[in-house]
Ligand binder design. Sequence first.
Ligand code: PLP
Length: 285
Amino acid sequence: MEKIAYVNGSYVPLSEAKVSVLDRGFLFADGIYEVAAVLDGKLVDNASHLARLERSVGEIRLELPETIARIQEIQKELVARNKLVNGMVYLEVTRGADTGRDFAFPKGVKPTLVMFTSEKDIVGAPSARTGINVITVPDIRWERRDIKSVALLAQVLAKQAAAEAGAGEAWMIEDGKVTEGGSSSAFILTQDDVIVTRQNGSEILPGCTRKAVVALAEERQLRVEERAFSIEEALAAKEAFITSASLFVQGVVAIDGKKVGNGKPGPMTDRLREIYVEFAKATAV
Ligand code: PLP
Protein backbone atom coordinates (compact mmCIF):
# COMPACT_ATOMS: atom_id res chain seq x y z
CA MET A 1 0.00 0.00 0.00
CA GLU A 2 1.43 3.38 -0.93
CA LYS A 3 1.79 5.76 2.00
CA ILE A 4 -0.44 8.78 2.27
CA ALA A 5 0.94 12.26 2.93
CA TYR A 6 -0.82 15.49 3.86
CA VAL A 7 -0.18 18.58 1.72
CA ASN A 8 -2.02 21.85 2.37
CA GLY A 9 -5.45 20.41 3.13
CA SER A 10 -5.31 17.23 1.02
CA TYR A 11 -4.40 13.62 1.73
CA VAL A 12 -2.47 12.33 -1.29
CA PRO A 13 -0.26 9.33 -2.17
CA LEU A 14 3.32 10.10 -1.09
CA SER A 15 4.58 9.98 -4.71
CA GLU A 16 2.14 12.77 -5.59
CA ALA A 17 2.85 14.90 -2.52
CA LYS A 18 4.56 17.97 -3.96
CA VAL A 19 5.21 21.64 -3.24
CA SER A 20 6.27 24.47 -5.55
CA VAL A 21 9.91 25.13 -6.52
CA LEU A 22 9.17 28.64 -5.23
CA ASP A 23 8.36 27.30 -1.77
CA ARG A 24 10.45 29.24 0.74
CA GLY A 25 11.27 26.05 2.59
CA PHE A 26 13.05 24.87 -0.56
CA LEU A 27 14.62 28.25 -1.47
CA PHE A 28 15.60 29.63 1.94
CA ALA A 29 15.05 26.85 4.50
CA ASP A 30 12.41 29.32 5.75
CA GLY A 31 10.47 26.75 7.72
CA ILE A 32 10.06 24.79 10.92
CA TYR A 33 9.60 21.07 11.48
CA GLU A 34 8.63 18.62 14.20
CA VAL A 35 8.87 14.88 14.61
CA ALA A 36 6.62 13.00 17.02
CA ALA A 37 6.94 9.29 17.74
CA VAL A 38 4.03 6.89 17.29
CA LEU A 39 3.73 3.94 19.64
CA ASP A 40 0.90 1.41 19.28
CA GLY A 41 -0.83 3.84 16.89
CA LYS A 42 -0.69 6.77 19.32
CA LEU A 43 1.31 10.01 19.37
CA VAL A 44 4.01 10.22 22.05
CA ASP A 45 4.47 13.42 24.08
CA ASN A 46 2.75 15.30 21.27
CA ALA A 47 1.64 18.29 23.35
CA SER A 48 5.31 19.00 24.02
CA HIS A 49 6.16 18.81 20.29
CA LEU A 50 3.25 21.07 19.37
CA ALA A 51 4.20 23.58 22.08
CA ARG A 52 7.73 23.69 20.66
CA LEU A 53 6.26 24.09 17.15
CA GLU A 54 4.29 27.11 18.32
CA ARG A 55 7.37 28.57 19.94
CA SER A 56 9.59 27.96 16.89
CA VAL A 57 7.14 29.54 14.42
CA GLY A 58 6.70 32.49 16.81
CA GLU A 59 10.46 33.06 16.89
CA ILE A 60 10.57 33.38 13.07
CA ARG A 61 7.24 35.27 12.87
CA LEU A 62 5.53 32.57 10.85
CA GLU A 63 1.81 32.09 11.41
CA LEU A 64 0.57 28.51 11.44
CA PRO A 65 -2.04 27.89 8.73
CA GLU A 66 -4.03 25.65 11.10
CA THR A 67 -4.73 25.65 14.82
CA ILE A 68 -2.68 23.38 17.07
CA ALA A 69 -5.81 21.30 17.75
CA ARG A 70 -6.39 20.87 14.01
CA ILE A 71 -2.72 19.95 13.45
CA GLN A 72 -3.07 17.15 15.98
CA GLU A 73 -6.25 15.95 14.21
CA ILE A 74 -4.34 15.82 10.92
CA GLN A 75 -1.45 13.93 12.56
CA LYS A 76 -3.94 11.36 13.89
CA GLU A 77 -5.77 11.10 10.58
CA LEU A 78 -2.46 10.43 8.85
CA VAL A 79 -1.55 7.73 11.39
CA ALA A 80 -4.96 6.11 10.77
CA ARG A 81 -4.80 6.37 6.96
CA ASN A 82 -1.33 4.80 6.95
CA LYS A 83 -2.32 2.18 9.54
CA LEU A 84 0.84 3.23 11.35
CA VAL A 85 1.55 1.22 14.51
CA ASN A 86 5.11 2.25 15.41
CA GLY A 87 7.12 5.05 13.84
CA MET A 88 7.04 8.79 13.46
CA VAL A 89 4.96 11.61 12.06
CA TYR A 90 7.02 14.34 10.40
CA LEU A 91 5.48 17.75 9.94
CA GLU A 92 6.86 20.85 8.29
CA VAL A 93 5.50 24.34 7.92
CA THR A 94 7.14 26.90 5.65
CA ARG A 95 6.45 30.54 4.78
CA GLY A 96 4.81 29.35 1.56
CA ALA A 97 5.45 29.94 -2.14
CA ASP A 98 5.48 33.49 -3.50
CA THR A 99 5.69 34.45 -7.21
CA GLY A 100 9.45 35.03 -7.08
CA ARG A 101 12.51 34.79 -4.87
CA ASP A 102 12.43 37.82 -2.60
CA PHE A 103 14.13 37.39 0.75
CA ALA A 104 11.71 39.56 2.73
CA PHE A 105 8.46 37.96 3.91
CA PRO A 106 5.85 37.67 1.13
CA LYS A 107 2.48 39.36 1.68
CA GLY A 108 -0.78 37.43 1.46
CA VAL A 109 0.91 34.05 0.95
CA LYS A 110 -0.46 31.08 2.87
CA PRO A 111 2.16 29.00 4.69
CA THR A 112 2.78 25.48 3.40
CA LEU A 113 1.92 22.62 5.75
CA VAL A 114 3.01 19.08 4.92
CA MET A 115 3.12 15.86 6.93
CA PHE A 116 4.15 12.29 6.29
CA THR A 117 4.74 9.18 8.35
CA SER A 118 7.50 6.59 8.55
CA GLU A 119 7.63 3.19 10.20
CA LYS A 120 10.15 2.35 12.89
CA ASP A 121 10.19 -0.10 15.77
CA ILE A 122 11.63 2.42 18.24
CA VAL A 123 11.25 0.23 21.34
CA GLY A 124 12.70 -2.90 19.68
CA ALA A 125 15.52 -1.19 17.72
CA PRO A 126 18.73 -3.30 18.01
CA SER A 127 20.78 -0.18 18.87
CA ALA A 128 18.67 0.18 22.03
CA ARG A 129 20.37 -3.01 23.25
CA THR A 130 23.83 -2.52 21.80
CA GLY A 131 24.20 1.25 22.15
CA ILE A 132 25.83 3.42 19.50
CA ASN A 133 29.22 4.91 18.74
CA VAL A 134 29.51 8.65 18.30
CA ILE A 135 32.13 10.81 16.63
CA THR A 136 32.84 14.44 17.46
CA VAL A 137 32.67 17.32 14.98
CA PRO A 138 32.92 21.09 15.40
CA ASP A 139 29.50 22.72 15.85
CA ILE A 140 29.27 25.00 12.81
CA ARG A 141 25.57 25.87 13.10
CA TRP A 142 23.94 29.30 13.38
CA GLU A 143 23.27 30.97 16.75
CA ARG A 144 19.55 30.14 17.12
CA ARG A 145 19.64 26.38 17.56
CA ASP A 146 16.68 26.64 19.94
CA ILE A 147 14.50 27.11 16.83
CA LYS A 148 13.65 23.81 15.13
CA SER A 149 14.47 25.17 11.69
CA VAL A 150 14.66 23.01 8.57
CA ALA A 151 18.12 24.51 7.88
CA LEU A 152 19.94 21.28 8.74
CA LEU A 153 22.99 21.35 6.47
CA ALA A 154 25.47 21.34 9.36
CA GLN A 155 23.70 18.28 10.79
CA VAL A 156 23.59 16.58 7.38
CA LEU A 157 27.39 16.95 7.13
CA ALA A 158 27.93 15.89 10.74
CA LYS A 159 25.76 12.79 10.42
CA GLN A 160 27.33 11.87 7.06
CA ALA A 161 30.76 12.04 8.71
CA ALA A 162 29.37 9.78 11.47
CA ALA A 163 27.95 7.32 8.92
CA GLU A 164 31.28 7.20 7.06
CA ALA A 165 33.04 6.46 10.36
CA GLY A 166 30.57 3.67 11.16
CA ALA A 167 29.05 5.71 14.00
CA GLY A 168 25.39 6.28 14.80
CA GLU A 169 25.56 9.94 15.79
CA ALA A 170 27.85 12.98 15.81
CA TRP A 171 28.33 15.05 18.95
CA MET A 172 28.90 18.68 18.10
CA ILE A 173 31.58 20.58 20.00
CA GLU A 174 31.77 24.30 20.70
CA ASP A 175 34.32 26.02 22.97
CA GLY A 176 35.52 22.64 24.19
CA LYS A 177 32.05 21.49 25.29
CA VAL A 178 29.43 19.21 23.75
CA THR A 179 26.38 21.12 22.53
CA GLU A 180 24.25 18.17 21.40
CA GLY A 181 23.97 15.38 18.86
CA GLY A 182 23.17 15.97 15.20
CA SER A 183 19.57 14.97 15.92
CA SER A 184 19.59 14.16 19.63
CA SER A 185 20.30 15.57 23.09
CA ALA A 186 23.52 14.45 24.82
CA PHE A 187 23.82 13.15 28.39
CA ILE A 188 26.44 11.62 30.68
CA LEU A 189 26.27 9.93 34.08
CA THR A 190 29.21 11.01 36.23
CA GLN A 191 31.18 8.68 38.52
CA ASP A 192 29.17 10.05 41.47
CA ASP A 193 25.86 9.29 39.72
CA VAL A 194 24.85 12.73 38.53
CA ILE A 195 22.96 12.85 35.23
CA VAL A 196 24.41 15.77 33.27
CA THR A 197 22.94 17.39 30.17
CA ARG A 198 23.55 20.83 28.75
CA GLN A 199 21.23 23.59 29.94
CA ASN A 200 18.68 24.91 27.44
CA GLY A 201 19.55 28.14 25.67
CA SER A 202 20.18 29.32 22.11
CA GLU A 203 23.10 26.84 21.78
CA ILE A 204 20.85 23.75 21.65
CA LEU A 205 17.40 22.59 20.65
CA PRO A 206 15.22 22.13 23.74
CA GLY A 207 14.62 18.42 23.19
CA CYS A 208 11.15 17.17 24.12
CA THR A 209 12.57 13.77 25.10
CA ARG A 210 15.33 15.50 27.07
CA LYS A 211 12.70 17.51 28.95
CA ALA A 212 10.63 14.42 29.77
CA VAL A 213 13.68 12.36 30.81
CA VAL A 214 14.95 15.13 33.11
CA ALA A 215 11.49 15.45 34.73
CA LEU A 216 11.08 11.65 35.09
CA ALA A 217 14.57 11.35 36.63
CA GLU A 218 13.92 14.19 39.08
CA GLU A 219 10.58 12.66 40.10
CA ARG A 220 12.55 9.56 41.09
CA GLN A 221 15.00 11.64 43.18
CA LEU A 222 17.84 11.00 40.73
CA ARG A 223 20.38 13.82 40.67
CA VAL A 224 20.33 15.92 37.50
CA GLU A 225 22.62 18.82 36.64
CA GLU A 226 21.93 20.97 33.59
CA ARG A 227 25.34 22.21 32.47
CA ALA A 228 27.81 21.83 29.63
CA PHE A 229 30.31 18.95 29.69
CA SER A 230 33.47 18.17 27.70
CA ILE A 231 34.48 15.02 25.81
CA GLU A 232 37.16 14.37 28.47
CA GLU A 233 34.40 14.35 31.10
CA ALA A 234 32.23 12.08 28.94
CA LEU A 235 35.13 9.61 28.52
CA ALA A 236 35.69 9.61 32.29
CA ALA A 237 31.95 9.13 32.96
CA LYS A 238 30.19 5.94 34.01
CA GLU A 239 27.73 6.16 31.15
CA ALA A 240 26.70 8.34 28.25
CA PHE A 241 23.45 8.39 26.28
CA ILE A 242 21.35 10.34 23.85
CA THR A 243 17.65 11.10 23.68
CA SER A 244 15.28 11.98 20.85
CA ALA A 245 11.71 11.40 19.72
CA SER A 246 12.80 8.83 17.17
CA LEU A 247 15.02 6.74 19.44
CA PHE A 248 13.88 7.58 22.99
CA VAL A 249 16.98 6.82 25.14
CA GLN A 250 20.04 5.09 23.69
CA GLY A 251 23.41 4.31 25.19
CA VAL A 252 26.60 5.85 23.79
CA VAL A 253 29.27 3.18 24.11
CA ALA A 254 32.22 4.87 22.39
CA ILE A 255 33.30 8.40 21.45
CA ASP A 256 35.80 8.80 18.61
CA GLY A 257 36.69 5.12 19.02
CA LYS A 258 37.33 5.35 22.79
CA LYS A 259 35.14 3.30 25.11
CA VAL A 260 32.70 4.93 27.52
CA GLY A 261 32.41 2.93 30.76
CA ASN A 262 32.69 -0.77 29.92
CA GLY A 263 31.67 -0.21 26.30
CA LYS A 264 28.06 -1.31 26.86
CA PRO A 265 24.90 0.66 27.65
CA GLY A 266 24.93 1.15 31.42
CA PRO A 267 22.26 0.36 34.03
CA MET A 268 21.16 4.01 34.39
CA THR A 269 20.71 4.31 30.62
CA ASP A 270 18.64 1.11 30.60
CA ARG A 271 16.60 2.30 33.56
CA LEU A 272 15.88 5.71 32.03
CA ARG A 273 14.94 4.04 28.76
CA GLU A 274 12.45 1.76 30.54
CA ILE A 275 11.03 4.70 32.50
CA TYR A 276 10.65 6.72 29.30
CA VAL A 277 8.96 3.86 27.39
CA GLU A 278 6.52 3.44 30.27
CA PHE A 279 5.80 7.20 30.25
CA ALA A 280 5.42 7.20 26.45
CA LYS A 281 2.93 4.33 26.52
CA ALA A 282 0.96 5.74 29.43
CA THR A 283 0.58 9.25 28.05
CA ALA A 284 0.33 8.70 24.25
CA VAL A 285 -2.80 10.10 22.61
N1 PLP B 1 18.82 18.17 19.18
C1 PLP B 1 18.70 18.27 17.85
C2 PLP B 1 19.65 19.11 17.09
C3 PLP B 1 17.68 17.58 17.17
O1 PLP B 1 17.56 17.68 15.84
C4 PLP B 1 16.80 16.76 17.92
C5 PLP B 1 15.73 16.01 17.26
O2 PLP B 1 15.62 15.96 16.07
C6 PLP B 1 16.97 16.68 19.31
C7 PLP B 1 17.98 17.41 19.91
C8 PLP B 1 16.06 15.84 20.15
O3 PLP B 1 14.81 16.48 20.31
P1 PLP B 1 13.49 15.65 20.59
O4 PLP B 1 13.74 14.88 21.85
O5 PLP B 1 12.45 16.68 20.75
O6 PLP B 1 13.28 14.75 19.40
